[in-house]
Design a protein around this ligand. Structure first.
Ligand code: NAI
Ligand code: MG
Length: 337
């Protein structure tokens, strides 16, 4: 029986890249059914709520979401739906693989995975101003929270991921030399977890040195794991190693739910023009297929992307070509035939 998933096309270029993605999934024979739902500004306009209860109910049923980019209007007061969904379903692991797709970039054959803790650290939002001598904003304070529970489950997730995907090494990037308590706890816990995976090489590195090494010699890494903010920053750095966010997939994984999304935003500057590159969402859909044990289908799609992009006949503008979204999608469908 086909697996039903919740699909949120999203805002801006969202509907364009989502329809391209669903067309390719169909051509690849993915065993899926879609429960189409609203989210973001599109939902706000149509049903007066950016994250309608119906969408949440659907995700409660299906436990797997495929989501296009959602516009977060700055200053309008509605909180990021992405953050909201991660919270509701406790999607604690942010999985960001990067792989060279377009040859001739900065590096060939990059194949790295960053596992970012998604629920703790500085991003918990525990912050406030401190007033002094009549200045209400004389100082500001943000609290970094690391729990043994959170550090342990993300570390374990990274090692389990490495084991499942035949990866050889896990690197913990941290700042325990300076933040001795929070980062120190993370390091202590990860070191203990590593003992349960003797077949996987493990190392710990200081975060700033890791950033430099990623740029100088990315091949020395394999799977990287880190807390929330470090992961936020380094996952974009790693996307830069393979040509930017247009190619980077992301999965947000919890114990009993998962959400797969494009990492780029709703690109209002090109929305509706039919020129968006659907690769980020499509490769996120491949992560979803892996998650649903439809790996073979994911592998076929990834190699179709490689074939089409390497041939260079149908590249979208961000890849240096002039193909429309539809032309690129048609080339993928043809490569899958
Ligand atoms: P953006 O990622 O939407 O766009 C940045 C630049 O990259 C633009 O020039 C855009 O045309 C280009 N671009 C992005 N995706 C592309 C694609 N698939 N193909 C070709 N070109 C692409 O970032 P921006 O402009 O900062 O944000 C726009 C909106 O998206 C904001 O409301 C922001 O909050 C939201 N956003 C949502 C995210 C999500 O839902 N996960 C992530 C990032 C931003
Ligand atoms: Mg980010």
């Amino acid at each position: 029986m086909a697996r039903t998933i919740t699909v949120i096309p999203g805002d801006g270029i969202g509907p364009e890249v989502m329809s391209a993605t669903l067309e390719v999934l169909e051509a690849a024979g993915a065993d899926l059914e879609y429960d189409m739902q609203l989210g973001g500004v599109t939902a706000l306009e149509q049903v007066h709520h950016p994250l309608p209860q119906e969408t949440i109910d659907s995700a409660e049923r299906t436990r797997v979401l495929l989501k296009g980019p959602l516009t977060t209007p700055s200053g309008s007061g509605f909180r990021s739906i992405n953050v909201e969904l991660r919270k509701i379903f406790d999607l604690y692991a942010n999985v960001r693989p990067v792989r060279t797709i377009v040859p001739g970039g900065r590096y060939e054959d990059i194949d790295l995975v960053l596992i970012r803790e998604n629920t703790e650290g500085l991003y918990v939002g525990v912050e406030h101003y401190i007033g002094m001598q009549g200045d209400a904003k004389a100082a500001a304070e943000s609290v970094m929270i690391i729990t043994r529970f959170g550090a342990e489950r993300i570390s374990r997730y990274a090692f389990e991921y490495a084991r499942k995907h035949g990866r050889k090494k896990v690197t913990l990037a941290h700042k325990a030399n300076i933040l001795k308590y929070t980062q120190g706890l993370f390091l202590d816990v990860a070191r203990e977890v590593a003992k349960d995976y003797p077949e996987i090489e493990w190392e710990d590195r200081i975060i700033d040195a890791t950033a430099m090494q990623l740029v100088l010699d990315p091949y020395r890494f394999d799977v990287l794991v880190m807390e929330n903010m470090f992961g936020d920053i380094l996952s974009d750095l790693m996307a830069g190693l393979v040509g930017g966010l247009g190619f980077a997939p992301a999965g947000n994984i919890g114990e009993d739910a998962a959400m797969f999304e494009a990492v780029h935003g709703s690109a209002p500057d090109i929305a509706g023009k039919g020129v968006a590159n659907p690769t980020s969402l499509l490769t996120s859909a491949c992560l979803m297929l892996d998650h649903l044990d439809q790996n073979e289908c994911a592998t076929r799609i990834r190699s179709a992307i490689d074939t089409v992009v390497q041939k260079g006949e149908a590249r979208t503008a961000d890849m240096g070509g002039n193909a429309t979204t539809k032309e690129f999608t048609a080339a993928l469908v043809k490569a899958l035939a």
